[in-house]
Write a protein that binds this ligand. Structure first.
Ligand code: DAH
Length: 340
């Protein structure tokens, strides 16, 4: 019996020491100490041992068991430490490696320009009024001194939703809402989408405008010019100046087309300014008294100026984009290049 136990013990120790993983070790434990294990079988055979020898044999069995368990515990510890070491090795972070830069998104160019313009006007004390994209014919045209049959309606090919409702063709509609809701002094900008049935390299059926309106005592064209000079310096650079050319809009009198001196060639003449040294950027004027009076503003006391900026136009000029479609195709090769 002693010999048998000795054999079991030696084999168990060898197997335990040869186990190279915790799973394997579990199997070895089972085949020796488990319910159907070899040592357990010896214990079950105790009934055949003469009673006087039982204490002795019992002691041998216990000794064998303890010896095996102690080796098992030792090996388990060793293998667990090794498993942990391997895990640490696999999860090791080299803090000196250059970081993987997460891909960073950026705002759409139109949003960027819109935000830049908003910041500039906000710094000059303008408040923001966001109108609605669906307007009535009255706010989009009639109240802006463009009644039915007015030839100026032809300038803006309109998407009508019904005889009364339409997709606004200009953010100018916001002027009327603001003047109806608020007494002067008024100093607002109104950014937003506008819609016209128009489609070529520089026109899109949907585009973005930013309207401006100032109404107060003693406002003149000089105030408009001064404000625009400040504005174009902030958006195109400090050497840029403006030039006003006579124009026509029904809601302003006088009306002007505003040019900036070419920020690319400094006014000498280049491809961008088509050799003229000037680039047209927006429409503006002194608010027509008919518009003010229609909104209940006393024109003996108050006057105002207004302007309308095409945001796509500014973005195209600023970023050298020659086709408006590039701004609406969501091509990341284009959009990734524009991050101001
Ligand atoms: N609403 C005009 C357009 O869409 C732009 C404009 C011109 C707005 C002159 C104004 C302005 O406020 O005074 O063509």
């Amino acid at each position: 019996m002693k010999e048998k136990l000795q054999q079991i013990r030696e084999r168990a120790i060898a197997e335990i020491q040869n186990s190279d993983g915790l799973e394997k070790l579990g199997e070895v434990r089972n085949t020796i100490l488990g319910k159907k294990g070899e040592l357990t079988a010896v214990l079950k055979g105790m009934k055949d041992v003469p009673p006087e020898e039982r204490p002795k044999v019992g002691q041998w069995v216990n000794e064998t068991r303890e010896a095996i368990e102690s080796i098992l515990a030792e090996q388990t510890k060793k293998l667990e430490a090794e498993a942990l070491r391997l895990r640490y090795e696999a999860e090791k972070i080299d803090v000196t490696m250059p970081a993987v830069k997460p891909a960073k998104g950026n705002l759409h160019p139109i949003t960027q320009v819109r935000n830049q313009l908003t910041d500039i006007f906000a710094s000059m004390g303008f408040e923001i009024y966001e109108g609605t994209e669906i307007e009535t014919d009255y706010y989009n045209f009639t109240a802006l001194n463009t009644p039915q049959d007015h030839p100026a309606r032809d300038m803006q090919d309109t998407f009508y939703l019904s005889p009364e409702f339409l997709l606004r063709t200009q953010t100018s509609a916001g002027q009327i809402h603001v003047m109806e809701a608020k007494k002067p002094p008024i100093k607002i900008i109104s950014p937003g989408k506008v819609f016209r049935s128009d489609d070529d390299a520089t026109h899109s059926p949907m585009f973005t405008q930013m309207e401006g309106l100032v109404v107060d005592k003693g406002i003149t064209l000089c105030d408009l010019k001064g404000m625009l000079d400040e504005f174009v310096k902030k958006i195109f650079g400090k050497n840029v100046t403006t030039r006003l050319r006579p124009s026509y809009f029904p809601f302003t009198e006088p009306s002007v087309e505003v040019d900036v001196s070419c920020f690319q060639c400094g006014g000498k003449g280049c491809k961008l300014c088509k050799g003229t040294g000037w680039i047209e950027v927006l429409g503006a004027g002194v608010v027509n008294n008919k518009v003010l009076e229609g909104c209940g503003v006393d024109t003996d006391v108050y006057s105002g100026f207004a302007f309308g900026i095409g945001i796509e136009r500014i973005a195209m000029l600023k970023y050298g984009i020659n086709n408006i479609k590039l701004l609406f195709e969501s091509d990341l090769r284009v959009l990734n290049q524009i991050d101001d």
